[in-house]
Write a new protein. Structure first.
Length: 457
């Protein structure tokens, strides 16, 4: 998110100023222009909030160094003057970008906040403690800005959403909502649990998919190097002497020649598809289709599907307060899954059916087609007994236990298949090498099988 300050002039000559946030500079400028057009304003200037580095001293005290976000240099100088500093220098930071904090830093912040809130500490005190102890610069500066905004009376939800690029959209929404709710500790604990589960699942998923893929890729490079550069040195020696090559050796040599003669074609074949897939996944349609068919993958698809339902149920449980206010928790829970297909089916099928036709939660979820029979059965029981909130928590815990157990088994199965694949490749390379070793040149002076009769007189 970027923040802009604009100064504008009304038709009567009055000068006004304001601030707004957007995902990027282009969007911010569009918002400012739309605002000016709607209210008949003349935009005089726009300033983006940037980071300024300062060095300041007060009397004979040791100079201090620091950085501060502001819309211009003058704001920082005025702030230092108010604090009693008379000798200072302020310069705009040249490389002004903030790397997103590691997920573990965010999880730690939310978990510690939940524990401190449970001990009845005021939220302002919690933020002050964590600002002093947080090591990550981006997170520390973000918490300081949030604390300052909240002290000025800013809306907590709008404040946290300004920093969704740091926390993530869902986490920023939940933390902002917690400050306005009467159940702040519970929401922080639920958010911490959600972040931990998502991090754990992604870590296990990397172990199940990425590590084997890297292993296969390295093996592929080794095979290419052997076939393209090592093997031909021996095989072509036989060709020069006119020796007939065995079938596997001849085929491998043909492949080697093709690879050496067409390196760019081979490179494009293996490089272009992943790059194209990456950019396609960033489009709205691409993300939707990838997320849809990901759920249909053998073995891993079912685990991903159940994990999405677990996340949905956990968030729904945290936010649900009664059947009269079920739409917003369902919408937020669907967004929290991070799966565009799942989110679309819930938001564009289930929710409209509940609003327009007044059908129940279970029937609406069934129409979406993204909930398992087990989940639908449990929601139906909970809806009939009036315990749908607790049912959602039971489902989340059930699917958490199941997916953790099955994912471990899946990792072991994939590792076995990878080991078998490596063994097969090594056997094939050994066979080709062994076959090459059996090639023998023709013995010089070998007599033909055709017998020639000599007439002796």
């Amino acid at each position: 998110m970027v923040e802009f300050k604009f100064t504008a002039q009304k038709n009567n000559g009055q000068t006004i100023s304001g601030t707004l946030s957007a995902d990027n500079s282009g969007e911010a400028k569009k918002k400012i222009n739309l605002l000016a057009e709607k209210n008949q304003l003349k935009i005089l200037s726009t300033e983006r909030k940037s980071t300024f580095l300062y060095k300041a001293a007060r009397g004979k005290e040791k100079p201090i160094r620091g950085e501060q976000k502001a819309f211009n240099k003058k704001e920082v100088e005025e702030a230092l003057t108010r604090l009693g500093y008379t000798n200072f220098s302020v310069n705009k930071k040249l490389l002004d970008f903030d790397a997103k904090p590691p997920v573990q830093e965010i999880v730690t912040f939310v978990k510690i906040s939940a524990e401190l809130l449970e001990q009845k500490l005021a939220y302002g005190e919690v933020l002050t403690l964590l600002i002093n102890d947080t090591q990550n610069t981006t997170l520390r500066n973000t918490l300081r800005d949030i604390n300052n905004d909240l002290k000025k009376g800013a809306d907590s939800q709008a404040t946290f959403l300004k920093y969704q690029n740091v926390f993530g959209k869902f986490t920023a929404y939940m933390l902002g909502l917690a400050s306005k709710s009467g159940n702040m500790t519970e929401i922080y604990k639920a958010t911490a649990k959600f972040l931990e589960r998502r991090q754990e699942f992604r870590k296990n998923l990397r172990s199940a998919l990425i590590t084997p893929l890297v292993t296969v890729f390295v093996l592929f490079l080794a095979v290419v190097f052997y076939v393209a550069y090592i093997f031909p040195e021996t095989a072509k020696l036989f060709v020069r002497f006119g020796i007939d090559l065995p079938p596997m050796t001849a085929f491998t040599l043909t492949m080697s020649d093709f690879m050496v003669e067409n390196p760019w074609l081979i490179t494009a074949f293996f490089v272009v598809p992943p790059i194209a897939f990456f950019y396609y996944s960033k489009t709205t349609k691409g993300a939707y289709l990838i997320d849809k068919y990901m759920l249909k993958l053998p073995m891993i698809g079912q685990l991903i599907h159940k994990t999405l339902i677990e996340v949905f149920c956990r968030v729904f449980y945290t936010l649900y307060s009664g059947s009269a206010e079920s739409i917003e928790p369902i919408r937020i829970a669907a967004e929290a899954t991070g799966n565009k297909y799942f989110e679309d089916r819930v938001k564009n099928v289930s929710i409209p059916l509940m609003i327009k036709k007044g059908i129940g939660v279970t029937d609406a979820f069934e129409a979406a087609g993204v909930f398992t029979d087990t989940a639908l059965s449990r929601f139906h029981s909970g809806e009939e007994s009036g315990t749908i909130k607790n049912t959602a928590l039971q489902l989340a815990n059930y699917y958490e236990a199941e997916t953790v157990y099955k994912l471990k088994n899946l990792i072991e199965t994939i590792q076995i298949f990878i080991a078998m694949f490596i063994m097969i490749v090594m056997i094939l390379l050994t066979l080709v090498s062994a076959e090459t070793a059996t090639v023998r040149p023709k013995t010089p002076g070998t007599v033909s099988n055709t017998h020639t009769e000599l007439n002796v007189t």
